[in-house]
Design a protein. Structure first.
Length: 446
């Protein structure tokens, strides 16, 4: 958002020039208004919201940054949240919004929702974990009965469509509300009016169980190029649908979380977060790194006689540690990516380790050979450093590659987020093991 435009809006709010401000807002998309609200303080955002119609205001609130939205909601009474926003939201968006409130305010907001059916749907959806299909699905969808004729079907679809902003698929259910198929809209035109829905529907649609994890939902939608996915219970009753825009939000949040884990951040943080939150997110891995550094110094301290006899060995400590950390992080990052997009199965651990060993041996051979040539020219063939550094590099690259492959695949089997394995954890571990290998090999050759 342009700085000049933001200042103009702030100036208009200060002058209470509502007419001109409304003209400017009418030309903006809800996502742009949300971006504008992120740059305003809560009171200024509140003044801006008063100029929006209810539907636009609801769309803008959903698009706002999570922290800015939470701060904004804190200054609003529960009745305003319910009647100004929730009443005009799809159930999945309303659930996401209400989850951000404390329990007392949740109950207050729910009590002020005028549509009892919508309130009931929201209460039902709040029971599901937010990292499952049930937690992100919406109730809004078009359903038709398999025994309806074409005229009946068309009439009912028109009635249901009036309540919806978008229609992705038309789902076919039986008398017990169990999902039977998907009704192709093309059939409405091409099929005779006497045909029943069950004779023209596409049977056995792809669906997910209400308890299916979100990351699995993402994979299914991506694999089959779907724009929406029906959600069923244990006996096949249709409960709702997940749309692709909901999934994109989950993909973005998951990518940010994995990136931050790999970067050594223990919790989700943003640039706008306060000092204490940013410190608490960074400090745990820094303390672990400090412990790793102390461990390294203790290892090196046991070899002071080796360094006294061969002082040039100290020159290659950064090379050994850095190479091991880089190789391990590369290997683990590739594995984590493969596990995330399902191109790699944790059951094929042995096959993947074997493949990584071949790649590692090629890389290790090239790296150690180049270092050997350099040391041969600099120190000559008689010096211990010429052989020990090259052999140590080969061993470190092999270990780091295999370790970086095994750790995330093991974590995946244990149902632990494999993204934890990347970044600092692998780097610190490989640094310590690398030093032990380096000094051990040097002692044997000295």
């Amino acid at each position: 958002m342009d700085e000049e435009f933001i200042n103009q809006i702030k100036s208009l709010i200060e002058q209470k020039n509502l007419e001109e401000m409304k003209i400017l807002l009418d030309d903006l998309h809800p996502a742009d208004i949300a971006e504008l609200c992120n740059d305003l303080d809560p009171e200024e955002a509140r003044s801006l919201y008063r100029l929006l119609d209810n539907e636009t205001a609801a769309d803008v609130l959903i698009e706002m940054d999570e922290d800015a939205r939470k701060e904004f909601l804190e200054v609003l009474p529960s009745e305003t949240i319910a009647k100004r926003f929730v009443d005009y939201m799809d159930t999945d968006d309303a659930v996401d919004l209400i989850r951000e409130l404390d329990e007392d305010k949740q109950e207050e907001v729910l009590s002020h929702i005028e549509d009892i059916e919508q309130a009931g749907d929201i209460v039902d959806l709040l029971k599901y974990d937010d990292d499952t299909a049930g937690g992100i699905m919406g109730r809004e969808m078009v359903t038709v009965n398999e025994n309806w004729s074409m005229p009946e079907c068309l009439k009912e679809m028109r009635l249901q469509a009036e309540q919806l902003d978008e229609i992705y698929y038309v789902y076919v259910i039986d008398d017990e509300n169990r999902l039977q198929g998907v009704f192709p809209l093309k059939k409405m035109i091409t099929s005779p009016s006497v045909s029943k829905v069950k004779h023209v529907m596409k049977k056995d649609p792809i669906s997910v169980h209400v308890d299916t994890p979100v990351d699995e939902v993402v994979q299914i939608i991506e694999k089959y190029d779907l724009v929406a996915l029906p959600v069923v219970d244990s006996i096949g009753r249709l409960l709702g649908q997940i749309t692709v825009d909901d999934v994109m939000d989950e993909v973005r949040e998951q990518s940010e979380r994995d990136y931050q884990l790999a970067s050594g951040l223990s919790q989700d943080v943003e640039t706008a977060d306060n000092v204490m939150r940013q410190t608490s997110a960074r400090l745990p891995w820094l303390l672990i790194g400090m412990i790793g550094g102390i461990g390294n110094s203790m290892i090196l301290g046991n070899f002071d006689t080796t360094f006294a006899a061969h002082p040039e060995m100290a020159l290659y400590i950064p090379l050994i540690g850095g190479t091991g950390g880089n190789v391990g992080t590369q290997s683990s990052a590739i594995i984590v990516q493969g596990l995330a997009n399902s191109s790699l199965n944790a059951k094929n651990t042995f096959k993947q380790v074997a493949k990584e060993s071949v790649v590692a041996s090629i890389n290790a051979t090239i790296i150690s050979l180049l270092v050997y040539i350099y040391n041969f020219i600099r120190f000559g063939a008689a010096e211990t450093v010429t052989f020990s550094v090259s052999i140590s590099l080969f061993a470190v690259v092999m270990f780091a590659s295999i370790f970086g492959t095994l750790v995330p695949m093991t974590l995946e089997k244990l149902k632990i987020d494999p993204a934890i394995a990347t970044g600092p954890f692998i780097a610190i571990t490989n640094d310590i093991i690398g030093m032990m290998l380096y000094m051990g090999i040097t002692t044997l050759l000295a």
